[in-house]
Design a protein around this ligand. Structure first.
Ligand code: GAP
Length: 489
């Protein structure tokens, strides 16, 4: 690095429980995430992405879309409707079995997930050093999960242990009942059962029902994939943790249709590719990613793994990779009466393809990126907050800063900003000391600060400051665009 100035960057170790609090506050202050309809006290588990948040989210989705559809000639994308014929959800099993066990407190009128109430209780016993009790309750909890009437068994466990709601201390419980997680609405003017439609709880079914449409229109041959990014809705009771679990969220799903018998091989290949995407394309720390193999499988799967991320509040799922067998296409064949078979043109074989699914949550990934990137350190003794986001996902790619507004530097900086803005999201800032302006950019993860100074006017050069190292180098103004482009591939 030429003309570089060595800075001393010293990191500060932050306790994980402090990080979430700081992230939530930064997200609001700098326009990443706001509570939905905040001026009306918000709406539980609903959030709005602000100017920087929507840019960051769009970058995540663009990277995913490119990695799926551009890098694979046999994967195409669709954008299916959120509302679908209600028979779709009967076929998929969501009407009959997309349920959570819920319990109501008659005194406080609050509703909880019965399993969460018990898990929180076990956690508390452990925190209080009552490991034997925790083990005993855990054993009964596992047995309740496998019981014939598990709702009754969960209820009996809650009553026998005297478990209370941790937020209110109350425990005036109803029986445990199953609640379907799908949001219902009525289509048309009449509110009768014939007009019930659901907001989709996953994007995957929009792909399955379009299997033949996409295959025929795009002349796809098995193995091929269909990718989709879109909103999904689940009426979940949420434990907190900011945007980790929402009722309205966005999924990035891909269904890969393969010949029966070849699913294990496809599954392994996707497992590897998806894991590497997090580190290579998004720059997430390798050591914070974990595999989790499902022993208890969903009704449609014969193999399932999750990619989990070490959030400040625990290790949690960000993506599921599922071998879904031929369950979905078979179900749609049965419920729609339409043949879902594929005919291999070369061998004349007929079969219903098996499916390997990769299903990532965009909002969870957004939170994982923020949590991974959030750092506090000091540069030459001066403390700062830095989002160490990969330049590829960072919302603002560079800030153009005139050392001073006067003396022609302001005009030159604005000219450079306009030139760069055709290709990148650029911020111009001339308010306050240069140090303060660097800090503002560090805090939102801008990877490069480009300073226009006296020398710039004489020599047509600028300084580029690197966010993470705070090192600087001087480059020609005419090279800035190509410099940024090279950093973003
Ligand atoms: N089609 C398969 C499917 O929907 P899932 O494991 O239920 O599988 C996939 O969801 C991903 O969607 C999860 O790994 C998670 O990232 C995201 N997701 C699921 N429920 C969510 C919620 N309530 N809020 C935010 N993201 C959610």
């Amino acid at each position: 690095m030429s003309n570089s100035e060595q800075k001393r960057v010293q990191s500060v170790k932050l306790p994980p429980d402090k990080v979430m609090h700081k992230l939530v506050s930064l997200a609001k202050r700098r326009g990443f995430i706001f509570q939905s309809s905040e001026i009306y006290e918000g709406l539980s588990s609903c959030f709005d992405y602000g100017p920087l948040g929507s840019e960051l989210k769009k970058n995540i989705k663009d990277l995913w879309w490119k990695s799926m559809t551009r890098r694979h000639q046999n994967i195409v994308g669709i954008d299916a409707s959120i509302m679908m014929n209600p028979r779709v959800w009967e076929a998929s099993g969501h009407v009959s079995s997309f349920n959570d066990p819920m319990i109501d407190d008659k005194t406080t009128k609050r509703r909880y997930r019965a399993d969460h109430i018990i898990e929180n209780h076990i956690e508390k016993l452990r925190r209080d050093g009552k490991d034997q009790d925790a083990l005993r309750v855990q054993g009964r909890y596992e047995a309740a999960g496998g019981a014939k009437d598990s709702n009754r068994a969960l209820y009996e466990l809650i009553i026998a242990e005297g478990i209370k709601a941790q937020d209110t201390g109350s425990g005036d419980w109803t029986e445990v009942r199953q609640f379907n997680l799908m949001f219902q609405c009525n289509m048309g003017a009449v509110a009768d059962t014939a007009s019930i439609v659901y907001l989709r709880p996953e994007t995957a079914q929009g792909i399955f029902v379009n299997f033949h449409n996409v295959r025929e229109s795009s002349r796809m041959r098995v193995p091929f994939g269909i990718a989709q990014i879109g909103k999904a809705f689940r009426n979940e009771i949420v434990k907190g943790n900011f945007i980790f679990r929402m009722v309205e969220f966005e999924q990035m799903e891909m269904q890969y249709f393969v010949k029966p018998g070849t699913q294990a091989e496809a599954f392994e290949a996707w497992r590897e590719e998806r894991f590497n995407w997090y580190t290579e394309s998004l720059g997430i720390s390798r050591e914070k990613l974990h595999w989790y193999k499902h022993d208890k499988l969903a009704h449609y799967a014969d193999l399932a793994y999750d990619i989990k991320f070490e959030f400040p509040f625990g290790i949690e799922e960000i993506e599921g990779i599922h071998s879904r067998t031929d369950f979905d296409l078979k179900q749609h064949q049965e419920f729609s009466g339409k043949n879902m078979e594929y005919i291999d043109q070369l061998t004349n074989e007929r079969y219903i393809p098996y499916v390997v699914e990769t299903s990532a949550g965009c909002d969870r990934l957004f939170l994982a990126l923020l949590a991974d990137a959030y750092t506090e350190d000091s540069v030459d003794g001066e403390e700062r907050v830095v989002l160490r986001l990969s330049p590829k996902v960072a919302p603002v790619k560079a800030a153009v800063l005139p050392l001073m507004k006067k003396g022609g530097m302001g005009e030159a900086a604005l000219k450079l900003r306009d030139e760069l803005s055709t290709d990148f999201l650029i911020q111009y800032d001339d308010a306050g000391s240069i140090g303060k302006r660097y800090r503002r950019q560090d805090e939102i993860g801008t990877p490069f600060c480009i300073t226009v100074d006296h020398q710039s006017l004489e020599e047509n050069t600028v300084t580029v400051r690197y966010r993470d190292s705070a090192l600087q180098e001087r480059i020609e103004i005419s090279r800035v665009k190509e410099f940024l482009a090279a950093k973003l591939v």
